[in-house]
Write a protein that binds this ligand. Structure first.
Ligand SMILES: *Cc1c(COP(=O)(O)O)cnc(C)c1O
Length: 427
């Protein structure tokens, strides 16, 4: 077991000045036990904590760091941008360059707008979809996460069939009453909702590759069905690609499945590690936004030059080095290796692109409801064991792992051996 005294002391200090000691809840390690490790620096595929321990990082800041930590070309681009000023609060060239790059990789998008987080992107497109359709209801899926805006912090009420009830204190029931909840991978549930509310539904929002509650890979047929039923009812289809965008393919899940939604939201990789969210669509829909149209949306730091530069450099690097193909291949080998070693155990690893999820049961779930509640306990043990061996997974059984271009095949081979050995002991 590595020493973590300094991290322990910092966390105790943090509890005196930060709510829960953290700025985002999962970071507090509640789901896995113990105290969080304080990171001093990151380099490539590794992070180093304040006690001098090194960890192979599979969290990668929850996805954005597709080139690993402190990639020299990215750091240089950000430094140069910083010398010219960190924010202007007005227009500058790099926001156009990033928008053009996103359009080139996602040809269905005609216009974009940048914000500072995935939450903001989703919040803005809900407003936009409601204004464009002049309808109020939104359909979301249980097991999909779309950030922490009020309307989308809802789960299906048991007696209520589909009407959303708030999942967070502080969200009025009035705010979620227009949010209809459906299970994933269930065409009948969606047909029922459209039969009842069809003419009131502004949009269906889905993570086309749901990766915030395990990795609940949907069939292409199901996504195609959502495309057709929304078109038939003049509702919009929103793909929340905050995780999958620029991660599973240059054109995200849109390219991976070859299905074109009406609106896309982005975050994480598009900022390369700095705060960026974005949303894009056809000009017809985007023209509803102020100043062209009546939908208000704004941001003091939106499109700020450091974040735009970091996102652009990241996407350019990925494109230049054909990284998506390499990442997918390396991740597939890593996962196949793990699955070979785990063949006789009730666990398997699910993957798409460079995303993977350690699924602690034999049947691969497509719906949140199919994930065994046992997995949290097993995962907590796995997490702590691997932390002691220098591997950092996300501190929750429901979070996925990410492979970056900095993870070498040797890194992945040795990680697969350690993960499999730990799981064999625990299961
Ligand atoms: C991470 C995430 C969000 C929220 O993005 P933040 O930048 O954390 O606000 C929204 N949707 C999906 C699919 C995400 O993965």
């Amino acid at each position: 077991m590595n020493q973590r005294d300094k991290s322990q002391a910092l966390f105790e200090r943090a509890l005196q000045s930060l709510s829960g000691g953290v700025n985002s809840p999962v970071r507090a390690f509640k789901a896995v036990g113990g105290t969080p490790i304080y990171i001093e620096r990151g380099e490539g595929a590794f992070v180093y904590d304040v006690d001098g321990n090194r960890y192979l990082d599979f969290c990668c800041s929850w996805g954005p760091l597709i080139l690993g930590h402190a990639h020299p070309e990215v750091v240089e681009a950000i430094s140069k941008a910083a010398e010219r000023g960190t924010s202007f609060g007005t227009v500058h060239e790099s926001e156009i360059l990033l928008a053009e790059k996103i359009k080139q990789l996602n040809p269905f998008i005609e216009k974009l707008r940048f914000v500072s987080s995935g939450t903001e992107a989703v919040m803005s497109v809900i407003r936009l979809a409601r204004a464009f359709t002049a309808r109020e209801k939104i359909v979301k899926f249980s097991g999909c996460y779309h950030g922490h805006s009020d309307y989308l912090l809802a789960a299906a009420g048991s007696g209520l069939a589909t009407l959303g009830i708030p999942t967070s204190a502080g969200v009025p029931e009035d705010f979620t009453k227009h949010t209809l909840i459906a299970p994933l991978d269930d065409t009948e549930a969606i047909e029922k909702i459209f039969n009842e509310y069809g003419s009131q539904i502004a949009a269906v929002i889905i993570e086309p590759i749901p990766a915030n509650n395990g990795l609940l890979i949907q069939t292409k047929e199901y996504l195609q069905f959502l495309r057709e039923i929304t078109t038939k009812h003049n509702s919009l289809l929103i793909f929340d690609e905050v995780i999958s965008g620029f991660r599973v393919a240059p054109g995200g899940a849109v390219q991976y499945y070859d299905i074109i939604p009406d609106i896309c939201t982005y975050g994480k990789v598009v900022g390369g590690g700095l705060p960026v969210g974005a949303f894009g669509s056809r000009a017809e829909i985007m023209s509803k936004l102020a100043p062209e149209g009546p939908v208000y949306q704004a941001g003091t730091l939106s499109g700020n030059p450091l974040a735009m530069t970091c996102g652009l450099k990241t996407l350019e690097y990925l494109e230049k080095h054909n990284s998506w193909e390499i990442l997918t291949k390396n991740t597939a080998e890593f996962v196949a290796d793990l699955n070979r070693q785990l063949a006789d155990f009730p666990a398997q690893v699910v993957t798409v692109g460079s995303i993977f999820w350690i699924c602690l049961q034999k049947n691969i779930p497509r719906r949140a409801e199919e994930i065994s509640s046992n997995s949290t306990k097993i995962y907590a043990k796995l997490f702590r064991q691997l932390l002691a061996e220098g591997i950092y997974l996300a501190p929750s059984a429901y979070e996925v792992g990410f492979v970056s271009t900095a993870h070498t095949q040797d890194n992945l081979k040795s990680a697969a051996d350690k993960i499999a050995a730990a799981l064999k002991k625990i299961l």
